[in-house]
Design a protein around this ligand. Structure first.
Ligand SMILES: Cc1cc2nc3c(=O)[nH]c(=O)nc-3n(C[C@H](O)[C@H](O)[C@H](O)COP(=O)(O)O)c2cc1C
Length: 198
Protein backbone atom coordinates (compact mmCIF):
# COMPACT_ATOMS: atom_id res chain seq x y z
CA UNK A 1 0.00 0.00 0.00
CA UNK A 2 1.34 3.44 -0.97
CA UNK A 3 2.05 5.68 2.04
CA UNK A 4 -0.11 8.76 1.30
CA UNK A 5 2.24 11.13 3.16
CA UNK A 6 5.19 9.95 1.07
CA UNK A 7 3.02 10.34 -2.00
CA UNK A 8 2.04 13.87 -0.93
CA UNK A 9 5.71 14.66 -0.18
CA UNK A 10 6.72 13.58 -3.71
CA UNK A 11 3.98 15.78 -5.24
CA UNK A 12 5.03 18.69 -2.99
CA UNK A 13 8.69 18.35 -4.03
CA UNK A 14 7.62 18.25 -7.69
CA UNK A 15 5.44 21.36 -7.20
CA UNK A 16 8.48 23.20 -5.84
CA UNK A 17 10.73 21.97 -8.65
CA UNK A 18 8.13 23.23 -11.17
CA UNK A 19 7.83 26.50 -9.21
CA UNK A 20 4.03 26.25 -9.06
CA UNK A 21 2.36 29.39 -7.67
CA UNK A 22 1.27 27.76 -4.38
CA UNK A 23 4.23 25.40 -4.04
CA UNK A 24 5.40 26.89 -0.71
CA UNK A 25 2.03 27.51 0.92
CA UNK A 26 -0.82 25.76 2.66
CA UNK A 27 -3.99 26.74 4.54
CA UNK A 28 -4.19 25.71 8.18
CA UNK A 29 -7.67 25.33 9.63
CA UNK A 30 -8.11 25.24 13.39
CA UNK A 31 -11.04 25.37 15.78
CA UNK A 32 -11.52 28.83 17.31
CA UNK A 33 -11.91 29.22 21.06
CA UNK A 34 -15.59 29.98 20.38
CA UNK A 35 -15.97 26.80 18.29
CA UNK A 36 -15.93 28.56 14.91
CA UNK A 37 -13.52 27.46 12.16
CA UNK A 38 -10.43 29.65 11.54
CA UNK A 39 -8.16 29.39 8.49
CA UNK A 40 -5.00 31.15 7.37
CA UNK A 41 -2.15 30.78 4.87
CA UNK A 42 1.21 29.53 6.16
CA UNK A 43 4.48 28.44 4.62
CA UNK A 44 4.70 24.65 4.61
CA UNK A 45 8.27 24.06 5.82
CA UNK A 46 8.77 20.31 5.68
CA UNK A 47 7.04 17.00 5.23
CA UNK A 48 8.37 14.23 7.45
CA UNK A 49 7.31 10.55 7.57
CA UNK A 50 3.94 11.20 9.11
CA UNK A 51 3.74 14.91 9.74
CA UNK A 52 3.82 18.42 8.32
CA UNK A 53 6.07 21.12 9.78
CA UNK A 54 4.95 24.74 10.24
CA UNK A 55 6.54 27.70 12.02
CA UNK A 56 4.30 29.94 14.12
CA UNK A 57 4.50 32.42 16.96
CA UNK A 58 3.53 31.16 20.41
CA UNK A 59 1.86 34.56 20.85
CA UNK A 60 -0.57 33.90 17.98
CA UNK A 61 -4.26 32.98 18.11
CA UNK A 62 -3.56 29.88 16.03
CA UNK A 63 -1.29 28.51 18.78
CA UNK A 64 -3.86 29.29 21.49
CA UNK A 65 -6.46 27.49 19.35
CA UNK A 66 -4.28 24.42 18.76
CA UNK A 67 -3.48 24.16 22.49
CA UNK A 68 -7.17 24.37 23.31
CA UNK A 69 -8.31 21.93 20.61
CA UNK A 70 -5.72 19.92 18.70
CA UNK A 71 -7.98 19.22 15.71
CA UNK A 72 -6.52 20.70 12.53
CA UNK A 73 -6.79 20.38 8.79
CA UNK A 74 -4.20 21.55 6.26
CA UNK A 75 -5.27 22.25 2.71
CA UNK A 76 -2.85 22.38 -0.19
CA UNK A 77 -4.11 23.36 -3.66
CA UNK A 78 -2.05 23.56 -6.82
CA UNK A 79 -4.18 25.43 -9.39
CA UNK A 80 -1.90 24.55 -12.32
CA UNK A 81 -2.51 20.82 -11.67
CA UNK A 82 -6.09 21.17 -10.40
CA UNK A 83 -5.04 18.94 -7.50
CA UNK A 84 -6.03 19.38 -3.87
CA UNK A 85 -4.85 17.63 -0.73
CA UNK A 86 -6.61 17.77 2.63
CA UNK A 87 -4.46 16.46 5.48
CA UNK A 88 -5.67 16.38 9.06
CA UNK A 89 -5.11 15.11 12.55
CA UNK A 90 -5.22 16.00 16.20
CA UNK A 91 -1.69 15.57 17.53
CA UNK A 92 1.39 17.74 17.37
CA UNK A 93 4.92 17.98 18.69
CA UNK A 94 6.94 21.15 19.28
CA UNK A 95 10.35 21.09 17.62
CA UNK A 96 13.32 20.98 20.00
CA UNK A 97 15.64 23.95 20.66
CA UNK A 98 18.29 22.25 18.47
CA UNK A 99 15.86 21.89 15.55
CA UNK A 100 14.73 25.50 16.03
CA UNK A 101 18.33 26.77 16.09
CA UNK A 102 18.86 25.85 12.41
CA UNK A 103 15.55 27.42 11.45
CA UNK A 104 16.40 30.64 13.32
CA UNK A 105 19.75 30.91 11.50
CA UNK A 106 17.96 30.74 8.12
CA UNK A 107 15.12 33.11 9.04
CA UNK A 108 15.18 36.43 7.11
CA UNK A 109 16.12 39.57 9.09
CA UNK A 110 12.65 41.18 8.96
CA UNK A 111 10.97 37.98 10.13
CA UNK A 112 13.35 37.83 13.12
CA UNK A 113 12.57 41.47 13.95
CA UNK A 114 8.85 40.69 13.83
CA UNK A 115 9.38 37.79 16.25
CA UNK A 116 11.11 40.22 18.63
CA UNK A 117 8.18 42.59 18.25
CA UNK A 118 5.78 39.82 19.38
CA UNK A 119 7.94 39.31 22.50
CA UNK A 120 8.70 42.96 23.36
CA UNK A 121 5.58 44.77 22.18
CA UNK A 122 2.39 43.03 21.12
CA UNK A 123 1.26 39.51 20.31
CA UNK A 124 0.74 38.49 16.70
CA UNK A 125 -2.77 39.47 15.55
CA UNK A 126 -3.21 42.03 18.38
CA UNK A 127 -4.85 45.32 17.39
CA UNK A 128 -2.31 48.12 16.85
CA UNK A 129 -2.83 51.80 17.54
CA UNK A 130 -1.78 52.73 14.00
CA UNK A 131 0.49 51.57 11.18
CA UNK A 132 2.82 54.50 11.98
CA UNK A 133 3.16 53.52 15.67
CA UNK A 134 3.89 49.92 14.63
CA UNK A 135 6.56 51.00 12.12
CA UNK A 136 8.17 53.29 14.73
CA UNK A 137 8.51 50.33 17.14
CA UNK A 138 9.93 48.18 14.34
CA UNK A 139 12.45 50.94 13.49
CA UNK A 140 13.57 51.00 17.17
CA UNK A 141 14.06 47.22 17.16
CA UNK A 142 16.07 47.48 13.94
CA UNK A 143 18.22 50.21 15.50
CA UNK A 144 18.82 47.99 18.56
CA UNK A 145 19.71 45.01 16.33
CA UNK A 146 21.23 46.34 13.10
CA UNK A 147 23.02 43.04 12.42
CA UNK A 148 21.04 39.90 11.55
CA UNK A 149 23.51 37.62 13.34
CA UNK A 150 23.15 39.52 16.66
CA UNK A 151 19.39 38.89 16.98
CA UNK A 152 18.84 36.36 19.78
CA UNK A 153 16.38 33.54 19.06
CA UNK A 154 12.91 34.75 20.07
CA UNK A 155 11.41 32.64 22.83
CA UNK A 156 8.03 32.80 21.08
CA UNK A 157 9.20 31.26 17.79
CA UNK A 158 7.70 27.76 17.61
CA UNK A 159 8.18 24.93 15.17
CA UNK A 160 5.25 22.53 15.04
CA UNK A 161 5.23 19.02 13.67
CA UNK A 162 1.58 18.17 13.01
CA UNK A 163 0.90 14.43 12.85
CA UNK A 164 -1.44 13.52 9.99
CA UNK A 165 -3.99 10.72 10.36
CA UNK A 166 -6.00 11.24 7.18
CA UNK A 167 -5.16 12.37 3.67
CA UNK A 168 -7.66 13.10 0.93
CA UNK A 169 -6.57 13.83 -2.63
CA UNK A 170 -8.85 15.39 -5.25
CA UNK A 171 -7.58 15.29 -8.79
CA UNK A 172 -9.32 16.65 -11.88
CA UNK A 173 -10.34 13.96 -14.35
CA UNK A 174 -8.03 13.64 -17.34
CA UNK A 175 -9.47 14.02 -20.86
CA UNK A 176 -13.09 14.49 -19.78
CA UNK A 177 -13.00 11.69 -17.16
CA UNK A 178 -14.77 12.10 -13.84
CA UNK A 179 -12.70 13.69 -11.09
CA UNK A 180 -10.96 11.32 -8.67
CA UNK A 181 -11.11 11.45 -4.90
CA UNK A 182 -9.10 9.11 -2.72
CA UNK A 183 -9.16 9.04 1.09
CA UNK A 184 -6.47 7.39 3.20
CA UNK A 185 -7.25 6.91 6.89
CA UNK A 186 -4.69 5.76 9.42
CA UNK A 187 -5.61 2.44 11.02
CA UNK A 188 -3.77 0.01 13.31
CA UNK A 189 -0.84 -1.21 11.26
CA UNK A 190 -1.26 0.97 8.18
CA UNK A 191 -3.44 3.10 5.96
CA UNK A 192 -6.91 2.25 4.71
CA UNK A 193 -7.66 3.55 1.19
CA UNK A 194 -11.17 4.39 0.01
CA UNK A 195 -12.53 6.12 -3.07
CA UNK A 196 -15.08 8.92 -2.56
CA UNK A 197 -17.84 10.30 -4.77
CA UNK A 198 -16.28 13.37 -6.39
C1 LIG B 1 1.75 33.90 1.59
C2 LIG B 1 1.59 33.94 3.10
C3 LIG B 1 2.48 33.24 3.90
C4 LIG B 1 2.37 33.28 5.29
N1 LIG B 1 3.23 32.52 6.06
C5 LIG B 1 3.09 32.52 7.41
C6 LIG B 1 3.91 31.65 8.24
O1 LIG B 1 4.73 30.85 7.75
N2 LIG B 1 3.76 31.73 9.58
C7 LIG B 1 2.84 32.57 10.16
O2 LIG B 1 2.75 32.57 11.40
N3 LIG B 1 2.04 33.37 9.41
C8 LIG B 1 2.14 33.37 8.05
N4 LIG B 1 1.31 34.16 7.28
C9 LIG B 1 0.31 35.02 7.96
C10 LIG B 1 -0.91 34.18 8.39
O3 LIG B 1 -1.73 33.86 7.26
C11 LIG B 1 -1.77 34.85 9.47
O4 LIG B 1 -2.22 36.11 9.02
C12 LIG B 1 -1.00 35.07 10.79
O5 LIG B 1 -0.15 33.95 11.06
C13 LIG B 1 -1.96 35.27 11.97
O6 LIG B 1 -2.77 34.13 12.12
P1 LIG B 1 -3.64 33.84 13.45
O7 LIG B 1 -4.21 35.15 13.90
O8 LIG B 1 -4.70 32.87 13.00
O9 LIG B 1 -2.71 33.20 14.46
C14 LIG B 1 1.37 34.09 5.89
C15 LIG B 1 0.46 34.78 5.07
C16 LIG B 1 0.56 34.68 3.70
C17 LIG B 1 -0.48 35.39 2.83
Amino acid sequence: MIDPIMSFAADWQAAQAQKLANARYCSLATVGLDGRPVTRTLVLRAVTDNALVLFVSASSPKWQQLKNNGNFEILVFWPELLRQYRLGGNQLRELSAVEMHDHWQRKPYDAKILDLYYVNHQAQSAVIESREAFLADIAKLKADYPRDEDIPPAENALGLQLAVNFVERWQVGEGGDMHQRTLWTQREGGWQRQFLVP
